[in-house]
Design a protein around this ligand. Structure first.
Ligand code: MN3
Length: 200
C-alpha cells in the first residue's frame, strides 16, 4: 500500500486569477506531489507502510526520530484538506454552521477578520484554520507542517500561508492573497460537511 496524490477537486485553472494555473502547477504538481513521494520513500518497508495517512501523521507527531515522516505526512494531509477548502464557485455555510459562526465567533465578518489575523500572524511558513475545539468554533494557526488533527480539534477549513502558496501571484503581499481567498474561494459546503461529520 502506498499513499497517493489525490486528484484536485477542480480544474487547475478554476481558481484564477486569485490562484493562477501556474501556482497550481507548482503547488499541487510539484510541492504536494513531492510530499507524497518523499513520504512513500520514508515509510517503505517500515511498520507505517500499511497504515492510513491519518494514522501515520498521529504516529509520528512529536517523535524526534520521525520528524521527516511527520513533516511529509502532515503536509500531504494538510494540502489535500487545503484544496478541498477552496471552491471556484460561490458556496454558503449550512444553517447549523451559520448559527455556530454567529454564536461562537460573532458572525461571518468577525470570522474573516480573525482568520486574516491568524494568517498574517503566522510568522514564516504555516497554516490558518477554522476548527471545532472543545465544542466551539475557533480560529487557530499552526507553524510549518503542524496540523490540528494531532490535537483533538476538528478542522473545518484551512488556508496555506507558506510563500509557495501565493508568491507567484502576489509576491510578498500575503495580506492580499489572504483577503482574496477569504472573499472569493473558501468552500463553505466543505466546512459544513466537516462540521456534520464525526472527528477523524
Ligand atoms: Mn503548500
Amino acid at each position: 500500500m502506498s499513499i497517493e496524490l489525490p486528484k484536485l477537486p477542480f480544474e487547475d485553472s478554476a481558481l484564477a486569477p486569485t490562484i493562477s494555473t501556474n501556482t497550481i502547477g507548482f503547488h499541487y504538481g510539484k510541492h504536494h506531489k513531492a510530499y507524497v513521494d518523499n513520504l512513500n520513500k520514508l515509510i517503505a518497508g517500515t511498520d507505517l507502510a500499511e497504515k492510513s495517512l491519518v494514522e501515520i501523521v498521529r504516529a509520528s507527531a512529536g517523535q524526534s526520530d520521525k520528524a521527516a515522516i511527520f513533516n511529509n505526512s502532515a503536509q500531504v494531509w494538510n494540502h489535500t484538506f487545503y484544496w478541498n477548502s477552496l471552491s471556484p464557485k460561490s458556496t454558503s455555510p449550512s444553517k447549523d454552521l451559520s448559527e455556530r459562526i454567529e454564536k461562537d465567533l460573532g458572525g461571518m465578518a468577525k470570522l474573516k477578520e480573525q482568520f486574516a489575523a491568524a494568517a498574517m500572524g503566522q510568522f514564516g511558513s504555516g497554516w490558518a484554520w477554522l476548527v471545532v475545539d472543545g465544542g466551539a468554533l475557533k480560529i487557530t494557526k499552526t507553524p510549518n507542517a503542524e496540523t490540528p488533527i494531532t490535537t483533538g480539534a476538528k478542522p473545518l477549513l484551512t488556508l496555506d500561508v507558506w510563500e509557495h502558496a501565493y508568491y507567484l501571484d502576489f509576491q510578498n503581499r500575503r495580506a492580499d492573497y489572504v483577503a482574496a481567498v477569504l472573499d472569493k474561494l473558501l468552500n463553505w459546503e466543505f466546512a459544513s460537511q466537516n462540521l456534520a461529520q464525526p472527528s477523524l
